[in-house]
Ligand binder design. Sequence first.
Ligand code: GLU
Length: 638
Amino acid sequence: MNEKFSRTIRLTSGAGILTLLASSLMVISCSSSDDDDGGSTATPIGLPSDDDPAAGFSAGVVSAAHPLAAEAGASTLEAGGNAIDAAAVVQFVLNVVEPTSSGIGGGGFMGVHLAADDRTFFIDSREKAPAAASPTMFLTCDPACDTPDVETIGSFTERATSGIGVGVPGTLLGVAHALENYGTISLADALQPAIELAENGFAINERLAMLTASDRTSFWPETSAKFRDENGEPLTAGFMLVQPGLAETFRRIAAEGAGALYTGEIAQAIVDAQSRFRDEVGARGAGRMTVQDLADYLAADVVERDPVVSDYRGFQINGMPSPSSGGNTVTQILECIEQFPIGDVDGGYGPGALNTLHVAAESMRLAFSSRGVWMGDADLVELPDAGLVNAEYLAPRCAQISVDSRIDNDAILPGDPRAFDPNFPPTAASNVSSASEEPAGVDTTHFSVIDGEGNVVSYTSTIEGTWGSGITVPGFGFLLNNELTDFNSAPSANAAEDEFDPGANDVAPGKRPRSSMSPVMVFQNGGLVAAYGSPGGSTIINTVVNMTMNLVDHGMSIQEAIDAPRFHTSGGSVALEAGFDADVVTGLETLGHEVTTTFGEDPVVLGSVQAIIVDPSDNTQFGGADSRRAGTVIGLPR
Ligand code: GLU
């Protein structure tokens, strides 16, 4: 029996704040992944196995990486709010209770499905480079880089914790846009639970306590004062974290609207905060944002984008387009994987089987090589986006994959999709350069919400690295992102004379850094059947691929799909979470893959998936959440 789905827990709140909760809510906490129910229904996808006593839900489900956020979102649904309202509440509460990962100092991609209109789109609130940004701003030779000297100003971490890494934030504009256009509650109402939690405090969990030991809480005094004790030591679990500055910021936004963050005193405080730089980097590490950049983002507002749709074995995976590489890369990987009988246990393609891991890893290697050259902010660089996911373009690439050998590193090439995109202007040089992978942070958060009407939000939200830039805006209590470090640290555009490189991810004024965030919404026969996503930098893409195979090919329940060990490669070694058979590791190595089970000194842990599932036969709703963090699902029976 699956313990997770059999527990109905009466909600309690350590802080005594969440008084809105009704006893009809059901909480499914995520404990360790110890269940093995054997077979489960393979169609449609993600349903609990037959012997699972889980009652599904029909009045809504919230799945978030912290129980207090899930509770606040579910309370919003119960009070009559829709999925967009609940998502707004979840985002603001996460800013308080999971400050490492997302908030109004960051950006994100909110996938939205509106049931009545049958409309599916993404709200893009990605951070932008300021107007004074330049392609060489991370280099010592800037601004006169005629012969680019590729020495960077400081290490990756030093740049990431200086103002130069801070992008103009978008999250508040994204949430405000969603509420104004598709919600039913005001921004002020959506902020209320977060204001109360920030003001009254909450007991920090083990994960947040552990993360306060990060260097990034020690570089800047306001962050250290807030997230360390009076001796500068990390906090311990159970510590009551009270955040008056953040509460005050939220109150001002509640009173004045989103403009309160983008103009006036708070805008000036943001600009001052990002003018800081680590000593190791020197004055070149000062951020270039001005109050005009903030005013410009407010005036331009966020953008709504159509999904990239990947057809995978009869399911339509709706993913995030440019400026994310998520949708295009997931599509490329699934296109290659689809030629193999994943799920055929007898044929050696079961979950965790050698063939499954090998052909998927090969698909990942090919897609990631393409990502490095061809993906970025297509609003500001001409990119052959349509060519990238064209089936004719991908067919010969996918045909390189063989089940019994590994493609040589030399043969993993970015490809040339230009001719497959009718809108891409002709270019002279025919050779294509091969880009290298930039390092990326591994934080962020994903949450999924469905309401009783079938409206869905699938939202990946970030401040980039854990603790973002580590810079807390003085007096206002929120962390600034370090999203600009997702750009190329040195420009790649046509760096070699005879090679074409569009510089897809080179820094430019007003440009959005390339992301890997991949919130998805999955449809079958026109109906939404699943929504999921994950944090994890470039590993996000492969976590979404793992999830898709687990649900579609391996017939796992949503919780089994989340709990199953995951694997990742972006071209180098294949990273495995704990739980794969030793034979499979040996098999991969025999094929020529380098395998790793550690990132630095830590065991590989990939992502944190929060998901919802819909049974199309009767619209019953289910949720799943990740025990890799404090994932929590709360559902509302009708
Ligand atoms: N900055 C990353 C991206 O946009 C997300 C942060 C993470 O999960 O590492 O792809």
